[in-house]
Design a protein around this ligand. Structure first.
Ligand SMILES: NC(=O)c1ccc[n+]([C@@H]2O[C@H](COP(=O)([O-])OP(=O)(O)OC[C@H]3O[C@@H](n4cnc5c(N)ncnc54)[C@H](OP(=O)(O)O)[C@@H]3O)[C@@H](O)[C@H]2O)c1
Length: 324
């Protein structure tokens, strides 16, 4: 597994990380044993970056990560998030401090590696006070770094110059190419890391769904397919399932021999140097195994990148719903 310097943190992290939403809730049933086995497979194959949040299964994801890491030697960078428990606010220093204490307790650490604002309202970020609070928490030693998970490029650009900001977590995949030209150069110039979520557009870019695919009742790909619970962009990257499945078929034609479509989709992301780590989610250890192997795959050709950019412009971007 190759690593990338995680900007100003002084740490290198695996370029393929692990998204741990699946270990909390909202993806059908993943048992505790399956969750622990997913974490174990990841670490055994070089993953040193986990992404979680206080709200994933109301603390279950964080608790399982702590259980897994207890007594192990591996140096895993654990990024968590706050800000959805009390969405859409108030975002006071007291509520944020309380949520940070809860994360420290569940994760069993004195200082959190990275706290990310969890897609909080744009206006709250614009006022800037939340970042003052985060800088204070850092000075107090409660957190080592802070960043923000955002929905849109406008939000990312708005907070890019916040002093001390370590990272932005964004949606970036073959269906969501906007960051390439609107964000990456600026983030690199500002020395802000990019954490990529939804690399597979909730599984669509593994090429395994059709318009007929059904999801469990407690799976967001069922109850949030049209954005009824939270931003529609967080499910299938904002595409309606039928259109997403159709577009995935189009992309399939570009997958070279020797890799699966899920691997191809992640390789496409890693080919962008602004990316610090890709936090692919997994509901089975075998998926983690396939995903970690992407780091060793060769870069895709310039021609493949050119053709996928052209397809994005001509056939994909117009179908994306939600904030981009
Ligand atoms: N607002 C936020 O900050 C926010 C929002 C969303 C996600 N996130 C974070 O980002 C992480 C990644 O995003 P995501 O999980 O939503 O989407 P994703 O990584 O694009 O999709 C994950 C799903 O893709 C499928 N998959 C993974 N590897 C596969 C493989 N090798 N072959 C076939 N299928 C594969 C699995 O689907 P099945 O389970 O159906 O097999 C898995 O559950 C999350 O876990 C979470 O940590 C943050």
């Amino acid at each position: 597994m190759k690593t990338r310097n995680f900007v100003n943190t002084g740490r290198a992290v695996s370029e393929i990380g692990l998204g741990c939403w699946q270990l909390g809730a909202d993806w059908g049933h993943v048992s505790d044993n399956e969750a622990l086995s997913i974490l174990e497979t990841a670490v055994d194959h070089g993953v040193t970056f986990f992404d979680t949040a206080d709200v994933y299964g109301a603390g279950r994801s964080e608790t399982l990560i702590a259980k897994f890491l207890r007594g192990r030697q591996e140096d895993v960078f654990v990024a968590t998030k706050i800000g959805r428990q009390n969405y859409p606010g108030p975002y006071t220093t007291d509520t944020m401090r309380q949520h940070i204490h809860d994360c420290r307790r569940r994760l069993g650490v004195d200082a959190l590696d990275l706290v990310q604002l969890h897609c909080i309202p744009k206006g709250v970020m614009a006022s800037g006070e939340v970042f003052d609070y985060l800088r204070t928490f850092k000075q107090e030693g409660l957190i080592k770094n802070f960043g923000a998970s955002v929905e849109s490029i406008d939000e990312a650009l708005m907070i890019l110059e916040q002093p001390g900001l370590t990272s932005l977590q964004i949606i970036f995949n073959i269906f969501r190419q906007k960051p390439i030209h609107s964000l990456f150069d600026k983030a690199m110039a500002q020395n802000v890391g990019i954490i990529v979520r939804l690399p597979l557009a909730s599984g669509l870019l593994a090429g395994k769904f059709t318009r007929e695919t059904k999801f469990a009742k407690d799976d967001h790909r069922n109850y949030n397919a049209d954005g009824n619970a939270f931003n529609v962009g967080e499910t299938f990257a904002g595409l309606p399932l039928a259109k997403g499945a159709e577009l995935a078929e189009l992309i399939k034609a570009f997958v070279p021999e020797g890799m699966t479509m899920a691997q191809f989709s992640q390789r496409w992301i890693l080919d962008h140097d602004a990316v610090s780590t890709v936090i692919t989610g997994a509901s089975q250890p075998s998926q983690v195994l396939a995903n970690t192997a992407v780091s060793e795959l060769p870069r895709l050709s310039k021609e493949t990148h050119r053709q996928l950019a052209a397809i994005y412009e001509s056939s994909i971007q117009e179908h994306i719903r939600g904030l981009v």
